[in-house]
Design a protein around this ligand. Structure first.
Ligand code: SF4
Length: 327
């Protein structure tokens, strides 16, 4: 496969086929730099050399009633993860100030729950109003489980810009990682988010034992849902979870996967998310050739590189923190 010809096709506005997408995932290590170079041409066309930073806040941790096998916050996990109820409005607002100090484009407030309770909705909406009333340029994302149309509208009216709800994997593989809800439930919330006029942040978790075809299915489903942003997590197996014994992906597999999402999702944000440091290891900077966004300063229940380390990595690789206004 000539990867530059594939990039030309995408840049002309054509959609890659399933076969071409699978070929990206099947490419050899010898071809990796050529694959990344081709993905980079697409990334550069839409996002230049900008890297948008996102900062997470775990506003409610642990004891989630769902049984997602990868998640240390599930009540079925024996992970020893910190457990606490919904944080106060003041704590969430203070987190926004921290995010701004790290040049974040977006502040992502996450709660471990099947769906947000009224009390959780009240706290997020009040925090969003306060953050926006302070003329903050920070964009706000919430991730709170399943939404109803009414709750989605309320979030939008309160100033929340975006809602995250990951599909995680393909429809075929989904029953292997969760029994308390179905893939179609997740798709339903993604559609509700779009209908309410919120940006949709919808991605997945790679390395749970799914096939390459499952990853391709996930990419095309995200495209069909017209996701504005796709966080791509790499499984960092957590002790006490159902996937604790799973092997980590190799750095090269992670890079091929990020390139594949760029070929399919083209002008959507592709974000390197959880597992970046532990799975990509010393090859982390290469991921910026396919992805245009990343979380900084750690994740929900695990640490990560701090802002200064990430800033140095981005600048050393010749990229810059920021976001193209017209992207
Ligand atoms: S719904 Fe979210 S917080 Fe709950 S177990 Fe699944 S991934 Fe974890």
């Amino acid at each position: 496969m000539d990867w530059n010809v594939l990039a030309d096709k995408v840049l002309k506005g054509e959609t890659v086929t399933r076969e071409e997408t699978l070929a990206v995932l099947q490419s050899s290590d010898d071809e990796l730099l050529a694959v990344l170079q081709a993905a980079y041409r697409i990334r550069k066309n839409y996002f230049g050399k900008k890297v948008s930073l996102h900062v997470l806040r775990n506003a409610k941790s642990g004891v989630c009633p769902e049984d997602c096998a990868f998640c240390s916050q599930s009540k079925t996990a024996e992970s020893g993860v910190e457990q606490y109820g919904m944080q106060s409005v003041e704590e969430i607002v203070a987190g926004a100030r921290d995010a701004e100090s790290m040049q974040a484009l977006r502040y992502c407030v996450v709660t471990s729950s099947r769906a947000p309770s009224e009390k959780e909705m009240d706290a997020i909406c009040a925090a969003a109003q306060k953050i926006k009333a302070g003329n903050s340029q920070l964009e706000l994302c919430a991730s709170m489980g399943f939404l109803t149309e009414e709750k989605a509208r309320r979030l939008k009216e309160s100033g929340v810009d975006r809602f995250n709800h990951n599909l995680e994997t393909s429809e075929r593989f989904y029953p292997s990682i969760c029994s308390t809800h179905q893939f179609k439930d997740r798709v339903n919330t993604a559609k509700i988010v779009k209908k309410a006029g919120l940006d949709l942040c919808c991605g997945g978790l790679i390395g749970m034992g799914e096939t390459r075809e499952d990853r391709v299915d996930l990419a095309f489903k995200l495209k069909e849902l017209d996701t504005d942003s796709a966080p791509i997590n790499f499984l960092d197996p957590r002790p006490g979870t159902g996937l604790a014994g799973q092997d980590r992906l190799t750095p090269n597999d992670c890079l091929r996967t990020l390139a594949m999402f760029r070929f399919v999702l083209v002008d959507s944000e592709v974000r390197i998310a959880g597992g970046r440091e532990t799975c990509l290891r010393s090859l982390q900077p290469l991921s910026l050739y396919a992805a245009n966004s990343m979380f900084t300063n750690g994740y929900l229940t695990t640490g990560g590189q701090n802002f200064e380390e990430d800033k140095k990595m981005i600048e050393d690789a010749g990229f810059e923190i920021g976001h193209l206004v017209n992207a």
